[in-house]
Write a protein that binds this ligand. Sequence first.
Ligand SMILES: Nc1nc2c(ncn2[C@@H]2O[C@H](COP(=O)(O)OP(=O)(O)OP(=O)(O)O)[C@@H](O)[C@H]2O)c(=O)[nH]1
Ligand SMILES: [Mg+2]
Length: 430
Amino acid sequence: MPQSKNYQQLVEALINTSKSLNLGIKSQLNQDILAICNYLNNPNFRIAVFGPFNHGKSTLLNAMLGSKTLPIDLIPTTGAAITVKYGSDIRTRIMLVDGSEIYRSGTDILKQFAILDNNRRMRGDVVSVEVFYPHPFLETGIEFLDLPGTNDREAQDNLVREQLLSADLVVQLLDARKLMTLGERENLRDWLLDRGIKTVVFVANFLNLLEPEEQKEVQNRLRFVAESFRAELPPGFSNLYRVDALPALRARLKGDISAANISGLVEFETALQNIAGILKQNNQGVSKPRVQAVALKLQLGLKEKITPIQNEVQKINEKSNAANKIKRKAEGLIKQGFTASITKLREWLALPKLRERYQGDGAIALAQDNFSSWERETLKKDLQELQQAVTKWLYQADDFFQNERPNDLLIPFPKHPQVTLPPKMVILAI
Ligand SMILES: Nc1nc2c(ncn2[C@@H]2O[C@H](COP(=O)(O)OP(=O)(O)OP(=O)(O)O)[C@@H](O)[C@H]2O)c(=O)[nH]1
Ligand SMILES: [Mg+2]
């Protein structure tokens, strides 16, 4: 039995994740999550009776309750999910979409709000239907869920199936006179197992209406149906029971113990009480698979959202890596060029070399009185060339890395040397 307070965080996590996935309110996954949360918040152990319409679901529950509490009829009847919980006297509470609540003694009000209309449609204004009933089994923290029949309308089928997610134990009613087709069986099994619903027992009704010979044959086929469904029940319990629901109800109404026994009701009730008792002790065994199933779907949804973002980030990273690679390469080349050109300039500026290279020509220029033009056209020109080589790399770096340009390199020249030359000798030709 789930303990509501223990699951608070889990419920919040499921709701928040579904919100972040922007699931449509009517989407299957969103419905599943709401049903799971409803299940996790329910402190009772819920037994749901499920099956096509007119299979005797409400009759079976009435037989267990020992009275005609739930509406039964020859036509498709149950028109809402009716929860039957413990109460000291019989009462019915109906919550409507507009928020109002109808609270009555007895269950007559069900005929107004919880049965299908003439077009076999459910009312659209009912949110929940609860019946409170003074039964000792319910007092142990058990609740029953009577569901509308399936196989009539698809929308109704989905709504009903959804309710199974909030049940701890599903009682699947079979009609011994017309067993499910293989397709129907597989479809149902896949739907249940896909949602982690593994606590399912089958109950065959209407066997009493068959000839004894037919009964044997049908019972063999029913056993095959039950065995093909991998139920996870406590060890030692069968997942197939036979109950003749109407004779069982009549027996209970009359207080006929032997007739109740013959109908199969007593055996089924005993098994149900024992199974519920054991599963209640190990509530995680029931809840874990279905929470995992829904969490896995949420995870897939999140992955679907994350993958394109991841790809986008990867693309951006790849682009920026490529750009960085180019930048690093350019940086290397520029550094190399800059270092080489600055070394050349430094070497050129080294005094001994400078002297060795220019002293002689400088002296001649001085002697010939054209120092200025020599300085401009040779000395300064050579320096300019070297300087330009350095600046070229600097500019390239600035352009490439978009830095601010530094001031130009300024190498001041000393004043022109002042020399006094001896007067020029005049050779006179005689
Ligand atoms: N002969 C016979 N009739 C039965 C038996 N069980 C149920 N019925 C009758 O079958 C009809 C349908 O029974 P319900 O209990 O209303 O069936 P249901 O599965 O709840 O039907 P929906 O609520 O419409 O899905 C009623 O008239 C019952 O009296 C049975 O074991 N034998
Ligand atoms: Mg019914």
